[in-house]
Design a protein around this ligand. Structure first.
Ligand SMILES: O=P(O)(O)OC[C@H]1O[C@H](OP(=O)(O)OP(=O)(O)O)[C@H](O)[C@@H]1O
Ligand SMILES: O=c1cc[nH]c(=O)[nH]1
Ligand SMILES: [Mg+2]
Length: 212
């Protein structure tokens, strides 16, 4: 897996406010949206395009447009939903598939409760959105669903990642012949005994949408 830490100062600045426990839910939501836009800029560097000829008021010229089939954006509910608007703002023609996944807080194993992906993802570039990569169990499962359906290029965008989680994803996906890239705003120190990222930001879903 190619790992890109997008440690631009503006990203680190916004992450600092996101991490702060005093940041309220409306501000948290706005910061997540702003952050995903900045991360998406990096993550879509290799989005597939094809040449297109256009005429300006002065001359004809060749530019580029996004290739078909269009990229698929996959937010992982709940917390990944907070990243969707920011992502489709810069990729308005993308299609969107949904995965609902939740960690069992005792075992830390990911459980899937919703799966609304196109059946055939052959030749599709996919962008998975989830603010947190902790143990990595959720991301491994999400990537496996996409690969099973034929996705041939996958980029995960996270706000924070734990070193243990990155290592787990790399180990589980070793031998996969689909290129996988992780673009993250920061790699934190570690996981604590409850599987939370340290220093992290707490439970991203709860901070976006409240405790359920
Ligand atoms: O890397 P992992 O150890 O698998 O943990 C990461 C997952 O945990 C969080 O979701 P959560 O299970 O809290 O669900 P939620 O988004 O509904 O709050 C987060 O948004 C990731 O999906
Ligand atoms: O720190 C963490 C770990 C998993 N999920 C979260 O929302 N936060
Ligand atoms: Mg949660």
């Amino acid at each position: 897996m190619r790992v890109h830490v997008a440690d631009h100062r503006l990203i680190t600045h916004k992450l600092t406010y996101l991490r702060d426990e005093r940041t309220d839910s409306p501000t948290f939501r706005r910061l997540v949206e702003e952050l995903v836009t900045l991360l998406a800029y990096e993550a879509t560097r290799d989005v597939r395009t094809e040449p297109v000829e256009i005429r300006t008021p002065v001359a004809t010229t060749t530019g580029i447009k996004l290739s078909s089939p269009k990229p698929l954006v996959v937010p992982i509910l709940r917390a990944g939903l907070g990243m969707l608007d920011g992502m489709v703002r810069i990729l308005p023609s993308a299609e969107v598939g949904f995965l609902g996944m939740v960690r069992n807080e005792e075992t830390l194993a990911a459980v899937t409760y919703a799966n609304r992906l196109p059946d055939d993802l052959s030749g599709r570039q996919c962008y998975v959105l989830d603010p947190m990569l902790a143990t990595g169990g959720t991301l491994v499962m999400a990537i496996q669903y996409l690969v099973e359906r034929g996705a041939d290029d996958i980029t995960a965008i996270t706000l924070l990642a734990a070193p243990e989680g990155i290592a787990h994803v790399e180990q589980e996906l070793a031998g996969l012949d689909v290129p996988v890239t992780l673009v993250t705003g920061a790699v934190d120190e570690r996981l604590n005994e409850h599987g939370y990222i340290v220093p992290g930001l707490g439970d991203a879903g709860d901070r976006l949408y409240g405790v359920v």
